[in-house]
Every structure is written in structure tokens, then in C-alpha cells.
Design a protein around this ligand. Structure first.
Ligand code: GLY
Length: 292
């Protein structure tokens, strides 16, 4: 088991990475918590025990449920169980669950603690770390978009239980690898030479360092968006037919071509993007057939 500290002063927290890490959940809860609202989704490979009485809430599957309506449903559930500001929300799932549950925690009673139990590779290396939460603004009259409503709300702790990865669909694995390839370009680290636990812990460490330097994306944190400009456009244009990490992989090589056209990087550096994204991480650098 590896514990990585996200160093944010009086809001610093631990990320516990390893097989069976969910057993650490109760220790990550704030001491004031008497009850927990566990927010999850269908198909999550394990149950968790937060160590305090809890009620379970399930989000719907699919991007359309990353919505204000889901946040309202959750808040209604929190109200019916009498969740107070001293209690805790526990998200159990991938990036969508931590984004929606994190945002509901940020706004319920103007903020209750949240702990994320991440069950996807993408969630472990990116979404659950660093406090970004949010939902999509539904498109009405051509106005709307992904993650436009949200807040920075740091968790009190994060669990990355690698047991969840054994049953992760290939597509979800590709999505996590898209974000990992991004870290390759940010640091030059050969993440693939590490064993699984160290590899994920190293990704958490890289993200934690960026977040600690620029929590609210005034500058440096924007590095974490490398490849994401085109990626978000591809997701929107294909109505999420192409998944986030797959789109990031294409976005990374696109960013390299753009940088080359602008005279910022050499052709060799563009080739390295293909070597890493396609060669090392085995990801498609083109939009998959049938996504449009
Ligand atoms: N996923 C990018 C960030 O957390 O800033």
C-alpha cells in the first residue's frame, strides 16, 4: 500500500493506493462524521464500509446523468437522511461519480466533507485527485457544455483500490492510459516501467504536485489540460461516442502537430508523441470509426 499526501496546508489529505485500499476508508473520514451518504453507480465491483451508519444513493449511468438534476436528487436524499455539515459524502465509482458527488458535497449545507473511493483507472490517476467537481450544463438553444457548472472542493481523503481494476472494461483502461500518456509529456517519466501500484501512486504524486502549486488553475494547473481542448470538442461532436481518455490520446497528438505548425516544437518531438501515445500506451491517435 502506498500513501501519497496532497500538500494543501490545512486542507492537505492522503491518497491511499493499493489492493484492498478500501479497508482504509473509515480512517480517512473526518472525526466529526456520524453518518455517511454513499454515492455510487451500478456495476461498481465492491461495496464499502465507511465505519459509520450510511445510506446509499445510485447515480444513473451515462453522461446525461452528469447533471444538475442528479445533484438535486442527491441533495433531496441528503435532506431526507438529515445529513449535517459534520457528516460526510463518500463517492464510490469513476470520474463521473466523484465529479457529481463532489459537487453535491460542495453545495449541500454550503459544503460537507467528501471522501472519494475511486474504482476506475482514469478516476485514480486524475478525476478523484485535486478537488475539481462539476456537472454539465445541458444544451438549450445551442448553449451548454461539459463541466461548465462546478467548484473546487478538496476531498478529505481518496482511496484508489486496485482490486477494482481487475474487472475494468478495456475501454475504461484505455481512458486511464490516455491521461497517463499526458503525464508522460508533463514529466518525461517512464511510468510503464513501474509496477501497477507504483505507477498509479506516481501519477497521483505528479498531479498532487501540480495541484499544490496552483490549486485553482491560475496558471500551472492548466498543464493538466494538455490535449484536452480538442478532446472536449471531440466528445461533444460525437455526443460522447468517443470517451474522454480516448479523446485525450487524439488531443495529445493534435496538440503536438499544432505546436509544430506554430514553430514551438520539432518534427522529432511530434514523432515522439506518436511513439508514446500509440507505441507505448497502445492508444489510437485517430478518431475511431463509427464515433461520428
Ligand atoms: N483534470 C484536470 C484537473 O484536475 O485539473
Amino acid at each position: 500500500m502506498i500513501t501519497v499526501r496532497v500538500p494543501l496546508g490545512d486542507r492537505a489529505y492522503d491518497v491511499v493506493v493499493g489492493h484492498g485500499a478500501r479497508m482504509a476508508l473509515a480512517d480517512l473520514l473526518p472525526r466529526t462524521a456520524r453518518r455517511a451518504a454513499v454515492v455510487t453507480q451500478s456495476g461498481i465491483p465492491f461495496e464499502v464500509d465507511p465505519g459509520v451508519p450510511f445510506e446509499r444513493f445510485a447515480l444513473g449511468d451515462g453522461e446525461q446523468h452528469k447533471s444538475m438534476a442528479s445533484v438535486e436528487d442527491l441533495c433531496r436524499g441528503f435532506a431526507s437522511m438529515g445529513l449535517t455539515r459534520n457528516d460526510v459524502v463518500v463517492s464510490v465509482g469513476g470520474g463521473m461519480v466523484s465529479d457529481v458527488a463532489g459537487f453535491a458535497a460542495a453545495v449541500w449545507h454550503r459544503g460537507v466533507p467528501v471522501v472519494h473511493v475511486s474504482t476506475t483507472l482514469l478516476g485514480m490517476v486524475d478525476a478523484a485527485i485535486g478537488g475539481k467537481t462539476g456537472v454539465n450544463l445541458s444544451v438549450v438553444g445551442g448553449i451548454g457544455g461539459k463541466n461548465l457548472i462546478g467548484s473546487y472542493w478538496q476531498p478529505s481523503g481518496v482511496v484508489c483500490d486496485l482490486d477494482a481494476l481487475a474487472s475494468l472494461p478495456d475501454r475504461e483502461v484505455r481512458c486511464g492510459r490516455g491521461e497517463m500518456a499526458k503525464y508522460h509529456f508533463l514529466t518525461g517519466d517512464d511510468l510503464l516501467s513501474l509496477d501497477e501500484t507504483r505507477r498509479i501512486a506516481r501519477c497521483v504524486e505528479i498531479k498532487a504536485a501540480v495541484v499544490a502549486a496552483d490549486e485553482r488553475e491560475g496558471g500551472r494547473r492548466a498543464l493538466l489540460n494538455y490535449g484536452h481542448t480538442l478532446a472536449h470538442a471531440l466528445e461533444a461532436a460525437t455526443d460522447h461516442g468517443i470517451a474522454h481518455g480516448e479523446a485525450v490520446a487524439v488531443g495529445l497528438v493534435y496538440a503536438a502537430h499544432l505546436a509544430h505548425r506554430l514553430g514551438r516544437i520539432t518534427e522529432r518531438r511530434v514523432e515522439q508523441h506518436y511513439d508514446v501515445v500509440a507505441g507505448s500506451y497502445g492508444l489510437s491517435t485517430r478518431i475511431p470509426q463509427g464515433s461520428d
